[in-house]
Write a protein that binds this ligand. Structure first.
Ligand code: 5GP
Length: 281
């Protein structure tokens, strides 16, 4: 199959046009393809390359679309967040961003839990408990779901985690402590740019060490996995724009990136991503 030459340009970033041969990409060993990311074998043992796709899915992949530029924005936003979290001592799988769509990460054994933190009622919690969306919760609440797409990632209790051995009590203590620290930090970080952090989902992994393993944050943190509402207008700046057909999805992600200072402010509100595909070898 001929290599496909893909040009990409995010005009506001000041980053010049990047060229990539998809043919070259496909020669790397693919380890796993998820809904929004692909994992390839990394250049060194114990590393992986994480590629951010433009694919968007919702409702357990029943709703699908391709949103031009989403992968580039999530790569940049997630890099920014991982670097800030490292500064406050949160261990993560992130090593460095390689290019507009890829990060070098440490290979970990993923703990099969989705850890959700909620500061304000929204989404499935609002529905499940009959609370109006937008109601501030009495305190931040941590929930666990089992990572099982075939079951729709069911909500579970700590008891299930202990009984089925999905994480040890010590690992779970660390996960909860790290999650609350991450929530505190991110709430402050987003408040500083006029955004309320409503809720978010993260995952953790076991990173092998000489003496055993340590638990590290092993996920992206981006508008795909957080609910982010403008403080003044409550405008949604996250994946709910896609889930609920509100439109302007990449524009909202671009706004988050611009407010974080990742993208330069311009008059043009969107970050146009040009993808030109040719069949040249
Ligand atoms: P909810 O349970 O209300 O649907 O989601 C709570 C929070 O976790 C939201 O910020 C949502 O974006 C995030 N979340 C829940 N499940 C997933 C998932 O499977 N993938 C991603 N990326 N985020 C999720």
């Amino acid at each position: 199959m001929p290599a496909r030459l893909v040009y990409e340009a995010i005009l506001e970033t000041g980053i010049s046009v990047s060229l990539r041969y998809e043919g070259h990409m496909s020669r790397r060993k693919q380890i796993y393809e998820g809904k929004a990311k692909i994992l390839f074998e990394g250049p060194e043992p114990g590393t992986l390359v994480q590629y951010f796709k433009d694919d968007a899915t919702a409702f357990n992949a029943q709703k699908k679309a391709v949103l031009d530029g989403k992968g580039v924005l999530n790569n940049r936003i997630s890099e920014f967040v991982m670097l800030r979290l490292a500064e406050i001592g949160i261990p993560t799988h992130f090593i460095k961003r390689l290019n507009m769509r890829e990060q070098l990460i440490k290979k970990v054994e993923i703990i099969p839990l989705e850890v959700i933190v909620r500061n304000v009622a929204a989404g499935t919690m609002a529905k499940r408990l009959g609370i109006e969306e937008g109601e501030k919760l009495p305190r931040s609440i941590v929930e666990f779901c089992l990572k099982r797409d075939d079951l729709g990632d069911p909500l579970i209790a700590e008891e299930h985690i202990h009984a089925f051995g999905w994480a040890t009590p010590a690992e779970l203590d660390e996960i909860i402590a790290m999650t609350l620290r991450i929530n505190d930090y991110l709430q402050g970080m987003f408040a500083g740019i006029g955004i309320n952090l409503i809720d978010f989902k993260i995952e953790f992994g076991r990173l092998a060490t000489d003496t055993g393993h340590v638990v590290v944050l092993a996920d992206e943190i981006s508008p795909d996995s957080c609910r982010l509402w403008d403080r003044d207008t409550n405008k949604k700046l996250d994946k709910d724009r896609f889930r609920r057909d509100l439109g302007d999805v990449t524009e909202a992600y671009t706004e988050v990136a611009q407010r974080l200072g990742i993208l330069k402010e311009t008059n043009n509100k969107t970050a146009p991503v040009l993808s030109v595909v040719s069949n040249d070898d």
